[in-house]
Design a protein around this ligand. Structure first.
Ligand SMILES: Nc1ncnc2c1ncn2[C@@H]1O[C@H](COP(=O)(O)OP(=O)(O)OP(=O)(O)O)[C@@H](O)[C@H]1O
Ligand SMILES: [Mg+2]
Length: 281
């Protein structure tokens, strides 16, 4: 669905995005992960046809992005990092206006508003919306024309946990319908849950690309942590692949004396730091 080959781009004389290569299959949720300023939104702007002076190839649905015509937007939905809505119009008027730009049949506006908990506020002006309400409205705006490819730039950023859950469930529902989704985030928990594959992007370069599971398993052997009662509660750790060599652990198991036992897999955040040498913010 998306093929990026030897892609490079610069806002200035200095190279910024350098030699980016990846493909995204139909029906996949593909994550762009990286710290602030890494180039995630820039990459998304190229794929959505907003930046055209790049080198290499960025092909979306068979179209080289820089050569796109207006038809291109019939089949992609974009949830921009910063909401782009008309403040003086109500939510319903915004959706009706943006919907009128497409020739396709639209989804039911009330159903979309209901899905993100905005039905009751549909006739309120966007200027009276809170930040999270604007984010949710901006998100359903991307779904309005039922596109096959969705570009979502930090859709859950700044949302409370229950609204964030609602958005994630909608994203998973879109995937079930066969949509292809590019998800930009610096939230590793969301990425681990939602993405089939993730690309780590740092300083305009792609540093790793794999499934969250493979990335997590690729580095640092998993450990277990166990506790038992001696004179007081004791805690020990050992590598998961060396449990039989841990005499204390074997003895505790034999005598049913373990108080607790947990496995300690690294998180995607740990792996990100290990691979890129950088944190996520
Ligand atoms: N229009 C522009 N002109 C010049 N430089 C820009 C422009 N837009 C972005 N940049 C620069 O490009 C770099 C990458 O920006 P980008 O928005 O792609 O980062 P990001 O990974 O999306 O970060 P964040 O997580 O903060 O959204 C930054 O250094 C930014 O200052
Ligand atoms: Mg960004």
């Amino acid at each position: 669905m998306i093929r990026v080959k030897d892609l490079s781009f610069s806002y200035t004389r200095h190279p910024f995005l350098e030699n980016i290569n990846f493909t995204v299959e139909k029906g996949e949720i593909f994550g762009f992960l990286g710290p602030s300023g890494a180039g995630k939104s820039t990459l998304q702007k190229i794929l959505t046809g907003l930046i055209t002076n790049y080198k290499g190839n960025a092909i979306v649905n068979g179209v080289e992005c820089k050569n796109h015509d207006s038809n291109y937007y019939e089949n992609i939905g974009v949830d921009f990092e910063f909401p782009s809505l008309y403040d003086k119009l109500t939510a319903r008027q915004n959706l009706a206006f943006f919907g009128s730009l497409y020739s396709k049949n639209l989804r039911d506006i009330d159903e979309l508003l209901k899905a993100v908990g905005l039905f009751q506020d549909g006739d309120k002006k966007v200027s009276d919306y809170s930040k999270g309400m604007k984010s949710r409205l901006n998100f359903i705006k991307a779904l309005l024309h039922n596109p096959d490819i969705l570009f979502l730039d930090e859709p859950t950023s700044g949302l409370d946990p229950s609204n964030s859950r609602v958005m994630k469930d909608i994203i998973l529902e879109e995937k079930r319908k066969g949509k292809t989704i590019i998800l930009t985030t610096h939230n590793m928990v969301d990425a681990t849950e939602l993405c089939d594959r993730v690309a780590f992007i740092v300083d305009g370069k792609l540093k790793a690309l794999d499934t969250p599971h493979n990335l997590i398993m690729s580095k640092g052997a998993a450990k277990i942590k166990y506790t038992y009662m001696d004179e007081r509660e004791e805690i020990r750790e050992c590598y998961l692949n060396q449990t039989s060599e841990d005499i204390k652990l074997m003895e505790l198991i034999k005598n049913n004396k373990l108080l607790s036992i947990h496995s300690l897999e690294p998180t995607l955040s740990d792996i990100f730091v290990e691979i890129t040498g950088k944190g996520l913010v």
